[in-house]
Design a binder for this molecule. Sequence first.
Ligand code: HEM
Length: 501
Amino acid sequence: MVLWGLVLGALLVAVLGFLSLPGLFRQHRPQEPPLDKGPVPWLGHAMAFRINMVEFLRRMQAKHGDVFTVLLGGQYFTFVMDPLSFGPILKDTQRRLDFIEYAKELVLKVFGYKPLAEDYHMIHSTSTKHLMGGGLEELNEVMLDTLSLVMLGPKGRRPSASGWREDGLFHFCYNTLFKAGYLSLFGRTPDAAQDLLEAEELFVEFRRFDVLFPRFVYSVLWPREWRHVGRLQRLFHKVLSVRHNLQKEGVSRWILDMLQQLQALEVAPAMQDKFNFMMLWASQGNTGPASFWALMFLLKHPDAMRAVKEEATKVLGKASLEATQSFCCDPGVLKHTPVLDSVMEESLRLGASPTLLRAVQVDFNLKMASGEEYLLRRGDKVAIFPYLSVQMDPEIHPEPTKFKYDRFLNPDGSRKVDFRKRGKKIPYYNMPWGAGVSMCPGRHFALSEMKLFILLMVTYFEVEMVDPDAPVPPVDPRRWGFGTTQPSHDVRFRYRLRSAE
Ligand code: HEM
């Protein structure tokens, strides 16, 4: 018994010693950014970072300036906070900074998918073909159709549907965008009512996964939650299995094209199921929350709502529905909505907070705009967090915490792209989609579907908050760094179809 105790004790010491190696022995070298190893060996600053990334980075920037290296759970991350210095990182043509290898580890853990070398090119070229340009026009028509199905039901407008309905605004937006996006991309069957039911059930499971997601990524789940995540992963692999999905009609060309390429590369069907899960996550995890922020800001800013409604009337005319009708809207109008474009850009500025990560492949000399140079060490990660460095910078966006619906409009009504810092025009003035090699390939489709949803909401529905004095809820701090943020609590609202005049 005593012997076993000693052996276990020695093992524990060895494991802890091994884990704390990076924290204990790393020394700051000349020309490297300031190094902050935090209070706990190996973990470093992981706890403070996980609890509130924004507060933590603000503290570090105040202490160290625009570049610093911090230890987070055994890995060193160099944060670059000056947006005028992003260029060398985002346009690294010599591939000394890698995005793909790093993303691979995460994708395997979260979706069970083992990426191939060909994936990056395949995803981006297929998205260019089907989620932009001509492919997007086709998909917009499908999206309008599924939004009609989700918002009006399988038989179009029911004569009894004109009463007020109440819901949580976040739940309503996420639920509607998820179901419409899922059915548009992953296909439907001839039984529309059953499709809606299945999509609703899938949304419930998706939200369970979504709620656990940040702590899952940080590997800080309780044992029961690990088992739950495992069950959810298996459920998504099953529901999205290629065998099940290929029986459906109207699976989008985007998904079909990518699956065909995986088949040609002889990827096993079970791995294709996992690929589908990854695409479901990428395509549905952000649009609902982003639409929530847009609609929330419109409800709290009557001048913005008025401007969006005026523009909607201009492009769609005064619309209302007769019994059994579906929405009537030419998605081509989405090209002529500068006010709504500015509203979306402003909502994403306030609501999107991705972290852009690159792995340093070889020692890298980073030249800052100030002229200073820093040596980034091979094996470390470089991180950019545009929410703080760009989107909340008062020099680039005066009064950055305020929603200003026309912030991205020039006085003549055209799109404003001229933003400055230290007198210089800044190329990265809003970065909800990331930038460089990892920029979101679904951004054009994402914008179209969110805009379509908002246009339909302000055109066909009366929408109001249950408590008009309820403030815009704060962001849930646990979600900083994970794409579009979510509110810390939901807000009740009501909506009803406008009656035909
Ligand atoms: C508001 C909506 C959305 C936002 C804010 C958003 C944002 C982002 C960001 C920041 C990334 C890069 C992540 C990184 O650097 O690791 C990304 C990646 C990606 N997004 Fe989006 N996205 C949205 C909607 C969509 C939609 C609707 C689709 C597809 C239909 C999509 C497909 C993808 C894919 C496939 C990737 C991974 C690309 C790769 O592996 O290189 N996204 N998105």
